[in-house]
Write a protein that binds this ligand. Structure first.
Ligand SMILES: C[S@@+](CC[C@H](N)C(=O)[O-])C[C@H]1O[C@@H](n2cnc3c(N)ncnc32)[C@H](O)[C@@H]1O
Length: 258
């Protein structure tokens, strides 16, 4: 655990297992936000999709990790949990513990979430799609809402600005609305240059973007999300397109929320 203290990089992409409550808080989600089709990308080992399904949301998750056979992926989760917990414990001063209580509470929440994810993955593997940004196997506008947590910005050490713009354009292609959190890197550093570059790239591509506050802070200072709406978004009351099937005609645009 000692070598993680003060580190700025957790190593390979961690398959983390955030809970649905963490998703609700970090993306400022309301019940109304979850009425349509929702994609979690990257889904990792998060229990958001399982929990949203239990409440009737047509939720899917996409992640390259889902190319791993489900029993094998589930077997990896203990090691991923241990790595995430060791990092949070060794670097506890970098976090705000209001939500989780303390490192032990954090470890319990993430372990419960991993168990929920594992049950759902093994029982309903069709909800978990093996795919990697910037190329998702979904039709334009297939989802009403796309959530993207702890890949973009988080791994700015290995994903350059062009990769961020390409990934965000792809998320905006498949979703009427996209929410991305956090906007800091693994070490909690703000990324003003990257954010400026991303906003300019999205603007040039016709994707409307803005930064909103959220009622959640775990990494110190990570209190905002990026929200995107593509120019071709369809209205909320249109039947959602099938994820991989023919797309419904686009009858118009919904206004970007004020
Ligand atoms: C830190 S986890 C976040 C998982 C989940 N969103 C959460 O917050 O618990 C990062 C995830 O990004 C996935 N990932 C890595 N490269 C990716 C790519 N090109 N496209 C989509 N997901 C990717 C990894 O497999 C890993 O599951």
């Amino acid at each position: 655990m000692g070598e993680l203290r003060g580190a700025t990089d957790i190593g390979a992409y961690l398959i983390s297992t955030r809970s649905s409550d963490e998703y609700r808080a970090m993306f400022a989600l309301s019940d109304a936000d979850l009425r349509g089709r929702v994609l979690d990308c990257p889904g990792g080992g998060a229990s958001f999709t399982a929990a949203a399904r239990a409440h009737g949301t047509a939720a899917f998750a996409a992640d390259p990790a889902y190319a791993t056979p489900p029993p094998e992926l589930v077997a990896r989760l203990d090691a991923e949990l241990a790595c995430g917990s060791a990092w949070a414990t060794a670097n506890a001063e970098r976090y705000v513990w209001r939500f989780h209580g303390d490192p032990a509470g954090h470890a319990r929440l993430r372990a419960d979430s991993a168990a929920t994810f594992a049950r759902d993955l093994l029982g309903s593997p069709g909800r978990y799609v093996a795919a990697a940004l910037p190329h998702l196997p979904f039709r334009d506008g297939a989802f009403d809402l796309v959530l993207s947590s702890h890949l973009l910005f988080t791994y700015a050490d290995r994903l350059d600005a062009a990769s961020h713009v390409a990934a965000l354009r792809e998320l905006a292609r498949v979703g009427a609305e996209v929410r991305v959190y956090p906007l800091v890197d693994q070490a909690g550093r703000t990324l003003p240059q990257l954010l400026d570059h991303v906003l300019a790239g999205l603007d040039a591509a016709g994707v409307r973007a803005r930064v909103d506050d959220v009622p959640y802070e775990f990494q110190r200072g990570a209190r905002s999300m990026l929200r995107l709406r593509s120019a071709s978004s369809r209205p909320a009351d249109t039947p959602p397109a099938r994820v991989c099937g023919p797309r419904a005609p686009d009858p118009g645009r919904r206004e970007w929320p004020a």
